[in-house]
Design a protein around this ligand. Structure first.
Ligand code: TEU
Ligand code: CA
Length: 549
């Protein structure tokens, strides 16, 4: 099993990272051209979201050929060069495997549509009359989760877009195919995998209406999901080869994530869960705005730290990815306290027990896009919900405010490298607009700015390598009742770390217990402080003290 505990992983959304051939679309060569920058961050793994052949209905999460590179992103030679050049800089490549569903353009689905029973069994087709789908399940992108095929007088299941048909994991032939896909890329020198919504692959024996919800309780962490993951990992040999693996677990539980990531289970290295990113949803509803419930956030972070620690599981730590709005705009203040709040939010999760992830642009404090017209949006989910919310009678200005906060496009605008046209992402107009503040917020400025957000992330990555208390230490919650501070301790042998974060833009007081002698301040987003028990914290202040006996 590889030692990923002291590592930090960087996530790249290739379509928006760097364009090497001027077509306005980021590509693999563009990533290779930025490897020196990535190496300077100190990260050791790159998780690259899907770049396989795809009609791009869901930006690559609709795969039409698992063994080929979409020409939009380059060639297999470009990929092999990227793996080689990354290796030379001590960086391992992690691929994003979308095994819950394929594109309906995939050869397997096309053969199924042509009536080939062998491939029809690769998918989930159920009888149903036009207008009466097999169940009332709802797609995660809105609308029914079933699409009718008149030729068969049947429906096929799609938990996401109708161009993303769910695979039938009950079928051994499907599972064999996917093992071979993993082996194909392992032979090309990749060092790990992220598995997309992999806790949705085990569907129930009986398909029934959900009278309480949208159907997810019938297929989330399903009956055979652990057997399937054990088989996939064993048959592909990825655990023996020290691959780093992470599962994206939608609406999952602590118990399941202990089983997914406890080494003795021989499944995955770690899990993403999303509960801490629903604390500003109303009743789990993404498209209803609500202020962040800080005490709920604190409780979730604490429960998942303690839960997985006790079960010897492992958390993937993150705020941002290609599906979430930018955290400094969401939980910070990207106007008055841009730097301070971005740094505080980084400290909140980077000192926790688990493996931290940095999403492209997070390290320079990139903000939400603040688009004002539907024409600026590209994301299938956002465009779907614009129509759904209009049909529900919502006023356009209200819908725009919701999209500005919630749209996945907020994290998909081009990476801001410098203040040249198109932010140095491309020489020509990009597939999606650059966020308006790119002249201020960009890598070039951050590299010369004293105490920049970029510097702060580099320190966090370095500290995790330097101190076992961060990479391997135990987690102990403190100040649990404090209404505006998230604070905890980490301990390992003779090392003790105290991390204090003021989550709000107003001063607040904290009273730390115990003797603070012997501690030193190793990181702060203002000036360094003496380790004393009673502290008045500045807006969004973050302090980390270490005692090394
Ligand atoms: O995301 C799964 C997922 O849970 C999200 O789609 C989530 O429901 C949504 O963003 C919340 O609004 C994964 C990928 O990360 C995402 O990009 C894909 O669209 C999706 O799976 C389907 O493959
Ligand atoms: Ca390009």
């Amino acid at each position: 099993m590889s030692d990923f505990k002291a590592r930090t992983i960087y996530q790249i959304y290739p379509k928006s990272f760097h364009d090497s051939n001027g077509d306005g679309i980021g590509d693999l060569k563009g990533i290779t051209e930025k490897l020196d920058y990535l190496q300077s961050l100190g990260i050791e793994y790159l998780w690259i979201t899907p770049f396989f052949t795809s009609p791009q209905k869901d930006n690559g999460y609709d795969v039409a050929d698992y063994r080929n590179i979409d020409t939009l992103f380059g060639t297999m030679k470009d990929f092999e060069e990227l793996v080689e050049e990354a290796k030379l800089r001590g960086i391992g490549i992690m691929l994003d495997m979308v095994f819950n569903h394929t594109s309906t353009e995939h050869e397997w689905f096309q053969k199924a549509l042509a009536g080939d029973q062998y491939y029809k069994d690769f998918y989930i087709f159920k009888d149903g009359k036009p207008g009466t789908p097999p169940t009332n399940w709802v797609s995660k992108f809105g609308g029914s989760a079933w699409e009718y095929v008149s030729a068969f007088n049947q429906y096929y299941l799609h938990l996401f877009d109708k161009t993303q048909a769910d695979l039938n994991w009950e079928n051994k032939n499907v599972r064999k195919e996917l093992v071979n896909v993993l082996k194909f890329w392992m032979d090309k020198g990749v060092k790990g995998f992220r598995f997309d919504v992999v806790n949705l692959i085990s569907k129930p024996e009986k398909y029934a209406d959900d009278h309480e919800g949208d159907g997810r309780r019938f297929y989330t962490d399903g009956p055979k999901v652990h057997d399937y993951l054990k088989e996939l990992c064993h048959e592909s040999g990825l655990n023996d080869d020290g691959m780093v693996t992470v599962g994206e677990m939608s609406s999952t539980t602590i118990d399941n994530c202990i089983r997914y990531s406890n080494p003795k289970e021989k499944e995955l290295s770690m899990c993403f869960n999303f509960h801490h990113l629903k604390v500003d949803y109303k009743d789990q509803q993404k498209w209803i705005l609500r202020n962040c419930d800080f005490m709920a956030l604190k409780k979730l972070l604490n429960d998942w730290q303690l839960g997985l620690q006790e079960g010897n599981g492992w958390n993937a730590l993150f705020w941002c990815n290609h599906d979430q709005p930018r955290i400094v705009s969401r939980f910070g203040d990207d106007k008055q306290y841009h730097k301070e709040s971005a740094k505080m939010l980084a400290s909140m999760i980077h000192f926790l027990r688990g493996t931290p992830y940095i999403y492209q642009g997070e390290e320079i404090g990139m903000t939400n896009a603040y688009f004002e017209h539907i024409e600026q949006y590209r994301d299938v989910e956002s465009i779907n919900y614009f129509k759904i919310l209009k049909k529900e009678g919502k006023k356009e200005e209200d819908i725009y405010r919701i999209l500005q906060e919630r749209s996945r496009d907020n994290s998909r605008t081009p990476m801001q490298w410098d203040d040249s046209p198109y932010a140095g992402f491309s020489e020509n107009e990009p597939w999606i607009e650059v966020t308006g503040n790119y002249k201020e917020i960009n890598v070039k400025n951050s590299a010369v700015e004293p105490d920049s957000i970029l510097d702060y992330y580099k320190k966090l990555v370095r500290l995790r390598k330097e101190y076992k208390v961060i990479s391997d230490g135990s987690y102990i919650p403190i100040l649990l009742d404090h209404e505006s501070v998230f604070s905890y301790k980490r301990t390992y042998d003779s090392q003790t770390l105290i991390v204090i974060n003021n989550f709000y833009g107003t001063e607040t007081e904290v009273e730390l217990e115990g003797n603070m002698e012997g501690y030193q301040c190793i990181l702060s987003n203002y000036e360094s402080r003496d380790p004393i028990n009673r502290l008045i914290l500045k807006p969004y202040e973050s302090l980390t003290f270490l005692k090394n006996e």
